[in-house]
Design a protein around this ligand. Sequence first.
Ligand code: XMP
Ligand code: MG
Length: 179
Amino acid sequence: MQNDILEVLYSEQDIQEKVKEMGELLSRDFEGRNPLVICVLKGAFIFMSDLVKRMTVPLEIDFMAVSSYGQSTKSSGVVKIVKDLDVPVEGRHILIVEDIIDSGLTLSYLIDVLERRNALSITVAALFDKPARRTTDLEADYKGFSIPDAFVVGYGLDYAEKYRNLPYVGILKPEVYSH
Ligand code: XMP
Ligand code: MG
């Protein structure tokens, strides 16, 4: 796996420090609001688990899986709910936890769905942001790192379902996906 990485962008320690910081901010801002924290599967599963450990307010968690990328490195623009939430969001303060915002299509779709289900408020925390590729006006309320327009893997992020278990985030060598 290591051999397929061109460059490490953020080490395990860089990520842990950032997640701790985000958890502290979220704990302060969600004081007294008992959020329903929604993990967008699969990419956000590690970020979600580290983030909630840094949150000191009472909260509940649920999972949602959407598909937009398949085996490719580019968004198809089509978002589909593959696994829906188990609990209703009506009247709840929602915190969406996402691994990376690229075009923004996935999140704008999710926000739309949750608004139509009458969530009381919707907040977005994303560990990574690729602002150069945005095709919507969506911004995360809490952002970890802004990254260049390169395909990254690790810390939950995959290429064709691989590399999710790397504890750091790195740029994949283009030759890995160009053949
Ligand atoms: P959009 O374009 O809808 O995409 O904002 C968000 C989803 O796309 C995936 N994504 C990536 N996955 N490395 C990955 O492993 C990347 O560099 C990357 N860029 C986007 C990701 O699943 C995210 O939820
Ligand atoms: Mg993915």
